[in-house]
Design a binder for this molecule. Structure first.
Ligand code: ZN
Length: 302
């Protein structure tokens, strides 16, 4: 009788191991890239104009500096991965990382960050005590060609466990070389009707609620019904628990925000504006949410 139990337990354990391994392998399979895009793909946006705007803003802003974190190189395409730094006057109490354009087909976040840089140039004393590192365009090839993925067909936002991509490795090295107190990622969602944000395995629920209420008061639509795997938005906030991040890492499908959350700080948030809405509205939503997250918390980001 005992022997039977032992055999049954062994069979159950083997079955469970096969199921888990199969699930992780399946997750890994779907994270693999589709075929690289052809070099002849139509150009949708002008990188030279983008660079000109950054340089103009930085030249006008006494506390701004522009540098290159690395270069993204493909056949017949090369682009720097730019960072704009803002060092506040006096002591800096918080170091904030802002990223946009991880998905090249989500341009409102990129535009919103360029405008934020232009605002910092105009008003050098804004946001006292906060040092900003701004990476407005994390996937330049995707943005130029209006594609979600990079030229190799990789979704950068699933690459932060494997680091198969040049872009992912550059961002990993940036995060590893700094101590950030807060990350805000700027994305867009083509299936959403309203704005929402990811509260990435942290306890800042009241703050997220305040940000969403503020957007609603400004007349922006709030998303009620978007699902991310088994998690659903609750009135504009999509909470992801820590175990889901660990599962994504085991499945080699980790996002930038999740990687930041697991390796650096729990102050990780991600914005999603609804791509179906007019462009200017989406840029306004991203800006309002960012201001809310920075401002409503007051000086507690340190
Ligand atoms: Zn995205």
């Amino acid at each position: 009788m005992r022997k039977r139990w032992v055999i049954a337990m062994i069979i159950a354990a083997v079955l469970a191991a096969v199921l888990v391994a199969g699930g992780l392998y399946g997750l890994h399979r779907v994270r693999r890239p589709h075929a690289p895009y052809p070099a002849s793909l139509k150009v949708a946006r002008d990188l030279a104009e983008f660079e000109r705007r950054l340089q103009q803003a930085v030249a006008a802003g006494p506390r701004l500096a522009l540098d290159t974190l690395g270069h993204v190189r493909y056949d017949a395409f090369e682009a720097p991965l730019w960072r704009v730094r803002r060092v506040p006057e006096g002591e800096s109490r918080a170091h904030v990382l802002l990223t946009g354009g991880v998905h090249g087909s989500e341009p409102a976040g990129v535009e919103s960050l360029v405008r934020f840089i232009e605002e910092l140039a105009q008003d050098p004393d804004a946001w006292p005590g906060i040092a900003f590192d701004i990476v407005p365009l994390a996937n330049p090839w995707g943005w130029v060609h209006n594609k979600r993925c990079n030229q190799q067909g990789y979704d950068l936002n699933r690459d932060f466990a494997s680091f198969n991509t040049q872009e992912g490795r550059i961002l990993r090295d940036l995060i590893a070389a700094n101590r950030y107190d807060l990350l805000i990622e700027h994305h867009e969602d083509s299936s959403a009707d309203g704005f929402y944000l990811y509260q990435i395995a942290n306890g800042y629920t009241a703050l997220c609620r305040d940000v969403i209420d503020d957007l609603r008061e400004r007349g922006h639509p709030i998303e009620q019904n978007t699902w991310m795997v088994c998690f659903r938005t609750r009135d504009g906030v999509l909470y992801t628990p820590l175990w889901a991040l660990r599962l994504a890492r085991a499945g080699r499908g980790l996002s930038l925000g999740n990687y930041f959350r697991l390796t650096q700080s729990d102050r990780a948030f991600l914005f999603e504006s609804p791509s179906r809405r007019p462009f200017e509205d989406r840029v306004a939503m991203q800006g309002a949410a960012r201001r809310g997250l920075l401002f409503l918390r007051g000086d507690h980001w340190h």
